[in-house]
Ligand binder design. Sequence first.
Ligand SMILES: Nc1ncnc2c1ncn2[C@@H]1O[C@H](COP(=O)(O)OP(=O)(O)OP(=O)(O)O)[C@@H](O)[C@H]1O
Length: 692
Amino acid sequence: MASRSGSKSKKLGSAGSSKAANSPSSSTTSSSKHFPETSIDGQSSPASSSARSKPQYFYSEAPPMDGGRSKENVTVTVRFRPLSQREVRRGEEVAWYADGETIVRNEHNTSIAYAYDRVFGPTTTTRHVYDVAAHHVVSGSMEGVNGTIFAYGVTSSGKTHTMHGDQRSPGIIPLAVKDAFSIIQETPNREFLLRVSYLEIYNEVVNDLLNPAGQNLRIREDAQGTFVEGIKEEVVLSPAHCLSLIAAGEEHRHVGSTNFNLLSSRSHTIFTLTIESSPCGENCEGEAVNLSQLNLIDLAGSESSKAETIGMRRKEGAYINKSLLTLGTVISKLTEARATHIPYRDSKLTRLLQSSLSGLGRVSLICTVTPTSSSSEETHNTLKFAHRAKHIEIQAAQNKIIDEKSLIKKYQNEIRCLKEELEQLKRGIGTVPQLQNIVEDDIVILKQKSRLEQEEEAKAALLSRIQRLTKLILVSSKGSQPSRVPYRPLPRRRHSFGEEELAYLPYKRRDLILEEENVDFYVSLEGNAETVDGTLKEEKKTKKNGLLNWLKLRKRDSLGTSASDRSSGVNSTPSTPQAENSNPHSESRHVHSLLMESFSHSAELHSDVVQDRDTPDDTLLGHETPSTSIKTSDQIDLLREQQKILSGEVALHSSALKRLSEEASQNPEKEHIQVLIFSSAFVIFLIFLMAM
Ligand SMILES: Nc1ncnc2c1ncn2[C@@H]1O[C@H](COP(=O)(O)OP(=O)(O)OP(=O)(O)O)[C@@H](O)[C@H]1O
């Protein structure tokens, strides 16, 4: 997290609430609820055992608005995971349960209960959790309000399942990425620049997950907040691009097997999406840029003394527990009216979260818990932590920044200058020597050519640079003028998964997105049944003709896809949401689709971009533009991107392979794991073949 924004002012005091404000997505109100028996700051233990009757809730007045900024509380939700098969076999009993939509109650002592913004039972899908607990944070961040979403809970309670998800159930991170790009598509009056970073805190050391050389990075502080020095940031062009970076980063994350979880996260990870946006249009040059950061955090789980870990695992556990303890203390202090010192500096985690917890921006805390009686005490601690966190006050305000700090402005200005130069050159005003810096390497050859040729080369070089920069700035296809293909609005089903997410979710069946149901949906929305239906059916038919043929076709298609084709929406077919908790043995049935996904992913990269827009049009280029050289440089760009994506794919499958091997060594009797190992290895092999 290279957080450079947010105030360090501490917002103290007990939270206020509005009667109407039970929704966590409400931006102007808070929704802290108290049991009558709970002390005024809400931090003591909940209702005493004497109160057997159904508890009443008290609501305080809505807090006043402060200078146009809306005061809010941290959104706090609790998610139960289902009992695992092992827990069922052991005959574990349920100790805590969701009593309605907002209360968690103790099974053995029903007067012990806590209220939150929302409580999700074990059958709730992550998609639903996203809608309630994350969507408002993501949409705020796209409007310039910092956002932080984190999962907190003991080991094996479902944090990674909630934040990352798996092939059957995408987590908050892929859903947020998808949503961010959908919001760009729905915002035709602004242009965006997105970049990502991904780090882990392992044994109190900050490592860059996007750059293996970036180990033990320093946390620095300036007037705007804390940031990680030297962390790599990548500009992202599409959900697929973004998710492949995460997948590659995951390969470097520290994961290990513990008594409680075969694939236990041994580090905290922070995925940061930095969003810059500015208004589109001719007269918007002086307008401020919105800059915000969305931090998506998967914490390592606290471990009880029951964990009986030894050696390295014990050391890791000690670091994890210490940093989570500091997080608890910081949260506690933030809600104490008279606290003077907040110990942010006591752990790397709290230092990095300092801006989020104490300053401007939205925060959503998703506490994951297991219902079992064997974890009852740990669950109780999580519930108390969540209850305290509810009382931290935050403020949602947009961050506006001045030009010099804005990457999007830098690119926009450069594009404008290059276009002016190109225009001058076309009118014969500009001279070739002005362009020496761009065509420096070719200067000797240029001298030998005729002036006309030199001009053509110079124009091509300028145009190529313009195109490269333009690609980085994302705009909705809704804001563009139709070129050759008339504009049709994209079909949109919220959070539906298209091609790009399949890259992140390797076992998901790509061909499911072409169900008849979806074709109907697409057609009815478009009112253009013949063309669209025809396109999809054709694609389906192509797929049926053989996997390799289809892959080759897709690859060739993507190389030749024009911006106008991309904006036509052909690649944005909605998919059917998949049910959670399906039978794990069904994974082996997805080997075939696994192959399809891996190969076609790289070919899809550029068709995922919201839109390559604003490429100088034909009138600007004139008829004489040497389009061949432009196409070649574009193809090289594309191939580079594909190479990156393929590396991401290899990393993803290697990581899966590593984890599966670990799992197989622990459970040699599970045949489906062997099948998955074979399929992952086969996919890596085929990716290498494709890359050759
Ligand atoms: N809501 C859920 N529905 C179905 N399965 C779940 C759910 N939550 C967790 N699980 C399963 O429980 C197991 C442990 O979950 P997970 O790895 O997400 O825990 P964690 O809290 O991240 O653990 P750690 O802190 O050790 O990394 C996984 O097999 C996961 O698939």
